[in-house]
Design a binder for this molecule. Sequence first.
Ligand code: FE2
Length: 488
Amino acid sequence: MANPQIPTSTSLGNNEPPTCHGGLENLDEEHSYWIDKVEGTIPLDLRGTFFRNGPGRQRIGDEQYGHWFDGDGMLCAFTFAEGKVHFKNAYVKTPKYLDETASQSIRYRGFGTQIPGGLKANFLKMPANPANTSIMYHAGKLLALNEGGRPWELLPDSLDTVGEYTYDGALGRSNVFSAHGKIHQRTGDYINFGAGISGFGLRGPQACLNVYRINAAGEMAAKAAIPLNSFPFCHDFALTDKYAVFFINSIVFGGMGNVILGRKTISDQVHFNEQQPMTVHVVSLDTLTSVAQFETDPGAIIHFGNAFEDGDEIVVDGMYAGDFDANETLRDVFAGGRFGGGTYRRYRMNLQNKALGWEQITSTESEFPTFNTRKAGQQHEYCYTACSIDNGANSFFNGFQKVSFDGDATLVTLPPGFYGSEPLFAPSTSGHQEDDGYLLEVVYDAYEHLSELQIYRAQDPTERVCTLGLQHHLPHQFHGYFSEEVFI
Ligand SMILES: [Fe+2]
């Protein structure tokens, strides 16, 4: 059904470009087709499957979720093979998705969503896992991830849901698993974490980060709890060859009793404490113990780029924000608020003299960093970020940049009314340079309410190689993963 809120080129009636908000409308249908709307040439040295995940719907029946983070996970797969590209999308068939689809109403609590019906409807109900944040393919398993729960397994060729995934029971019911696990390049192991409670002491629950090491065969090889002073808001981490590095943000949880009792959502109870420094925990991958801690300015780093060891120093790239104002915008995604980002910082932490320093790499508002993951844990030369630029229509990411290690940036700006996404780097099958490959950028055309996949040459991102037009829009998503395996 057409939604009257979606602006079109004919309904605008003025010269203002449409905002990003039509790109948050539902895509309820599941599709599977070969893309025939092609401008340019599909690169023959791009072979594999580009998976993405994000909330596919923000409304159910007449009701709207209370936060962008609560929309149900919808996977997409663009499969590149022999000069053609196949597209498909499918929802993760969680109990939340199935029950709410059947009833056409909100039946589960979320990060910022209450079940209609007041206190009685929400009393002692835990938020559901919408499996909507990221996607990982490791050891033959395709997993949809959300930090509020355990992974959900899907089949990589059909995107059919298999079920919740526990690594043979190694993840217990309370063991949440972050959306930002990373593959350790030297071993092929998959490192992930989740916030948790490791026990109860005289001062109440003992908060911790559970850290998981899954070997290349997909077995839970080790897990350990890193004790913390308070329950962390920790979405992502940085990975070097020897260490996992966790920044505990200045975003704090308050009054969780009211959440449990059903009076408030988690989103209501998190706030930015500008007096609270960020703390950094450096965890050895060999022992899964914290081997160093640092403290730095108050802030929030939601997403990290690459990290590596440089002599005694650990170098970490991250997107820094000095507040958590974005949370307000995300509560009502159709209200017209602006979706912003942070700025690109590089931290250096010396394990010998315990000094910490940072520098700003670019001043452009940036989020969703990606890089050639073959360089993960080693010094990289390039990073790519989504950008928010004042181009006359600045309501969401509307560009991206390629940033050299020294901070030289090439900025690509989309036309007003077109909105971008995480620019995912996909390697060329034939190249050997770090930037031999492509940037995969899903773009929402707010004039036409359609989405397309734009493919840029990573060596020169001002060159758009190809544009693949979809038959519908794609709701703005969070994160993607490129597998060099061809799944159709
Ligand atoms: Fe994320």
